[in-house]
Design a protein around this ligand. Structure first.
Ligand SMILES: C[S@@+](CC[C@H](N)C(=O)[O-])C[C@H]1O[C@@H](n2cnc3c(N)ncnc32)[C@H](O)[C@@H]1O
Length: 291
């Protein structure tokens, strides 16, 4: 959905833009083509992403979590900005490098940290967290109905031997997939761990608050998310400025609406794109114009 994102940004040649999820640099490269006199600030917390800098002098690439975006934009005197883009989640590079531990299909250590300076890896959680904490993670972030039995099974297994590789986790979790396709079940287990390890929802909330402050009136926020927990936060925030979607009113009784949304429903990929890039099947694109 690269072109929908770029169209949504409505780029000005001399504008200031932010790509908070640089990754392989595909979206940034497209933005750079449109800003011969402008500036792009890009963020990625993964040191591996820094090697994708295209050498363009209009780009400042910052190896940081986007939850600190506003501090860096202030430091570079870049506020207010014309547009902010986020393409959330993990990159194909992160999935394809077995040692990162994000993929069910390779046997590797269960790391899952996007920034390996981050505190807890997935293996740390599986070997040290209480059954209650693991159950919460699986239920809340994996939306698994049997989060508690899974957590108990992991706690029993780790008494014999640490649960520190993808193969071992797959072996422990697969029997609990029940009627569900085992790969789908494992994908939910991995999603839950990844969200917890990287505090993905906490970082997204911080980003949304800061985006409202950093954008100029008329500036655009473009967010692509890949699961319903993220999409719900984005949808509610664009509509109401809070994560519960509660409509608040100002002193005069006027609804406080931070963004004008282009559509109530998210934009999704068409069949052709899903065929070319299966990951786009779950993509949800939302666009807000700062009021
Ligand atoms: C889906 S990829 C982005 C791909 C990119 N749009 C491209 O064209 O190649 C998401 C990237 O965002 C990064 N990321 C995710 N959450 C982040 C956060 N809180 N702070 C900084 N980077 C983050 C990941 O490390 C990953 O490289």
């Amino acid at each position: 959905m690269l072109h929908q994102c770029i169209d949504a940004l409505n780029i000005r040649r001399d504008g200031v833009y932010v790509d908070v999820t640089f990754g392989g640099g595909g979206h940034s490269a497209e933005i750079l083509k449109h800003i011969p006199q402008g500036k792009l600030f890009a963020f990625d917390q993964d040191p591996d992403a820094m090697t994708n800098h295209p050498g363009n002098e209009n780009l400042t690439l910052i190896q940081q979590n986007f939850r600190y975006m506003i501090n860096y934009l202030r430091f570079y005197d870049a506020i207010p900005v014309d547009g902010i883009l986020a393409d959330l989640g993990i990159s194909s590079h992160q999935i394809d490098v077995p040692e990162r531990g994000f993929a069910t299909r390779y046997n590797s250590l269960l790391d899952m940290r996007m920034d390996q300076k981050g505190s807890r890896s997935a293996a740390d959680i599986l070997n040290n967290a209480s059954i209650e904490e693991m159950a919460r993670i699986f239920k809340q972030y994996g939306e698994l109905k049997n989060g508690y039995p899974l957590a108990k099974r992991i706690a029993t297994a780790r008494e014999e031997h640490p649960v520190d590789t993808t193969d071992r986790l797959n072996e422990i979790a697969t029997p609990l997939s029940g009627q569900k396709n085992a790969n789908k079940y494992l994908a939910q287990v991995y999603q839950a761990l990844r969200i917890e390890v990287n505090d993905e929802l906490g970082a997204l909330k911080d980003l949304l608050y800061q985006a409202e402050k950093a954008l100029k009136p008329g500036g655009t926020l473009v967010i692509m998310s890949y699961h319903s927990l993220e999409d719900r936060l984005v949808k509610n925030f664009l509509k109401s400025g809070n994560f519960e979607g509660k409509q608040e009113k100002d002193f005069f009784g006027n609804p406080m609406v931070p963004f004008k949304t282009i559509k109530n429903k998210p934009i999704t990929a068409d069949e052709k794109e899903i065929e070319e890039n299966p990951r786009s099947r779950s993509a949800r694109l939302r666009i807000g114009i700062k009021l």
